[in-house]
Design a protein around this ligand. Sequence first.
Ligand code: ADP
Length: 554
Amino acid sequence: MLGLMQNQPMMISSLLTHAARHHAKGDVVSRLNDGTIHRTTWFETERRARRLARVLQTLGVAESDRVGTLAWNDFRHLEVYYAAPGMGAICHTINPRLHPDDITYIINHAGDRVLFVDVSFAGLIRQIAPRIAESVRAVVMMTDEAGMCELALAPGMRLRCYEVLMDAADEDYAWPRFDENTASALCYTSGTTGRPKGVLYSHRSTILHAYAGAMPDVLGLRAIDRILPVVPMFHVNAWGIPHSAAMTGAALVMPGRHLDGASLAALLHEERVTMTCGVPTVWLGLLQHLRSSGEKLPTVKRIMTGGSATPPLLVEAFGADYGISVEQGWGMTELSPVGTYNAPKPAQVGLSRQAAERHALKQGRILSGIDMKIVDGDGKELPWDGVAFGDLMVRGPWIASAYYGDPPESALDADGWFATGDVATIDPDGFMEITDRSKDVIKSGGEWISSITLENIAVSHPAVAEAAVVAARHPKWDERPLLLVVPRPGHTIDPAAVLKVYEGKVAKWWLPDAVVVVPELPHTATGKLLKTALRTQYRDYLARGAEGPDSTHD
Ligand code: ADP
């Protein structure tokens, strides 16, 4: 027997119509390219999104067409976020920090019909235009008439102005209802693991993720909150914040392209932001600025950090010196992206400051609605003892089942689990802690060594600015850890002294076989260590006869 409740499809447009109707005056604030502040409301955003849906129609965008964006976090990008899926098309956010070849590949693979482009990326478009002309029919510069630039495009591609198109459109559009499983947005993984792969979200997955993300033990958003996503809207839906904010009526404050410590501090302060979200590098920049300027951020209660592991310094310094709680989330493009969040359970209430700071370094517990487990190399589930580490698997309604263009369910195992590519422990309270990426873990004599653990210890040496541990081929043990270190400016690194810091912290057989001092390490467009490049470069380092002391597994 079926239930007798109304069967209304979950539509992304309904988030915006809710915000416009019930939080009409709620602020939507953007810092524009020239540094000035643009103010609007949830009411006005919904009105303009309807107008933009008409613009999309006049550009020939139909249901299921991909609408690409190359844009910062601002009100126009927010309008595309709602207008494209609202009319049944797909909002495809593109990471402008990727290499132009990757951007070209992604636009062609997605088959973007129209591109919405911030004027700061005009040069990029000029460069790639001839190579994307097969699919892209129009490039809409996200500015007004005065802000338009000259831009020669390929034959068949038209250059349009956002505000000119908006002025010519009317607002009589009514948001349609359709199957909630309809595709709504497309986002490509940043390619740390080969060619970028497209993750295709649906209206249903987006709404469920927005609910889960807004819960008290995650973003904990309320209508009186003012949230600033530093995480770009081109990086996995800005962690769902544009959706969760509309759902709760929280004010949305967007930093545009101004992501340095001083600009962020000013915006956080002037706009009375209560919560802000972004990657650790951004918070290190903010901390540096606060320390040198002596400024405080009295309105900011919480910083959510994710995307890579939280440096202990962030938790300690923001907590002790600024009264701001640094909270960690974990996720990935394939998870919409949020999978876990580190919020306390009763067992963590009343922990000593030191124990709480250590606990904050865990990636957190699973969001309600999805599930996780860790398995060994044979797929056998491992215990939640905080010690055993294995491949982290997840499943749930906002987790990808296949990549764009691949056969259905091809990203899942036989039981419907998705392998995250991360290696983790889970403690008895259900807190997950990443110990590695599966491809980065060093498989020495059949046992696993965590590269992240070794890197974290290396950077505790005062002369080490950054460290990477990669697997090098070894005739006896198959793989052995190789440590690459970058010296701090003005320091020289003594490899023996670096190896000494491992004493008593890891088993002897975990010790790196060699330490290589390098001037710098390669990074991806999202700031992560590019281990693929390092692996290729150093795979045969030990085989070339540069190994250190004979390693044993005692
Ligand atoms: P990509 O995998 O293409 O680099 P994502 O942004 O999807 O792009 O990155 C997801 C990965 O980032 C995760 O699988 C994990 O390895 C890493 N990651 C995300 N959040 C955290 C975190 N809080 N701590 C450690 N690693 C994290």
